[in-house]
Design a protein around this ligand. Sequence first.
Ligand code: NAP
Length: 252
Amino acid sequence: MSNRVVVVTGGSRGIGAATSMLAAERGYAVLVNYAGDVAAAEAVCAKIHSSGGTALMVQGDVSHEPDIDRIFEAADRMGRLVGLVNNAGIVDATARVEDFDFARLLRMFSVNTLGTILCSGRAVKRMSTRYGNQGGCIVNVTSAAAKLGSPGTYVDYAASKGAVDTFTVGLALEVAAEGIRVNGVSPGIIDTDIHASSGDPGRAARMAHDLPMGRTGTALEVAQAILWLMSGEASYTTGSVINVGGGRGIIP
Ligand code: NAP
C-alpha cells in the first residue's frame, strides 16, 4: 500500500505516458488508465517497474461511469489517493460545425468534459477533508484550443476544453478549503499520436515553424508542468490554467 497514489487517465500514451513515468520517478504509485491499447499501457508500466517504481494498468473508458468506478476502486486497493490527472482526451476528424452530428458531439463531450468532471468527483470523495481525508491535487489537461476556438478544424473539441477551463475554476473554489488544489495545463501543439486521430498525422510537424518558439512541444514538457502543479512548490496555486504552448494560445 502506498500513501501517494495518483490516477492518470489516458496514462498509457503521449502526454499521459510521460506524466505516468515522471510521477513514478517522483515517488508516486501510478494507476495507468487506458482505453484500448493494451500494449502501450504494458510498455509504460514495464518502464516504471524496471526503474523500481509502482504502477498498475487499468482499462477503462472515462466516459462510462461503471468504468470510472472500477478505476477508482483499483486505486483504493493501491493505497491513499493524493492526485488525479484528467488527461484522457480525444479529437475527431477535421470538420466544420454544419457537418457535426449528435454522435460525434456526444463522444467528444463525454470523454473530454464529462469524464473529467465525473473522475474529479470520485477523487474529491477520496481526498477532501470534508470526508475525513487528507487532501490532494487535481490537474486537468485542457488545450490552447479552448481560447483559440479551432475554427475549421474542430470547434467542438475546443468547446469541450473551454468547459474544462471553467470547471477547473469552479471546482478549485468549491474545494479550496478542503485541502484540494485544482489546476489545469493548457498544451499547445505537442508531438503525440493525437493528431493522427484527426486524420492529419503530419499536423504537428507542419505547424512547427509557425509556432511562436518555432517548434512543437514534447509530452515531457507538459508532464513537467503537471508534476510541478501537483508538488508542494505549487502549494498556493489553485484555479490556474498554465499555458504550456510555447506561446501558442496566449493571445486568442
Ligand atoms: P494521445 O497520444 O492520443 O493519447 C491519448 C490517451 O488517452 C491514450 O492513453 C488513450 O488510451 C487515452 N484515452 C483516449 N480515450 C479514452 C477514454 N475514453 N478513456 C480513457 N482513456 C482514453 O493524446 P495526447 O496528445 O497525449 O493528449 C492527451 C491530452 O492532452 C488530451 O486531453 C488532449 O486533448 C490534450 N492536448 C493534447 C495536445 C497535443 O497537441 N497533443 C494539445 C492540447 C491538448 P488508448 O491508447 O488505450 O486509447
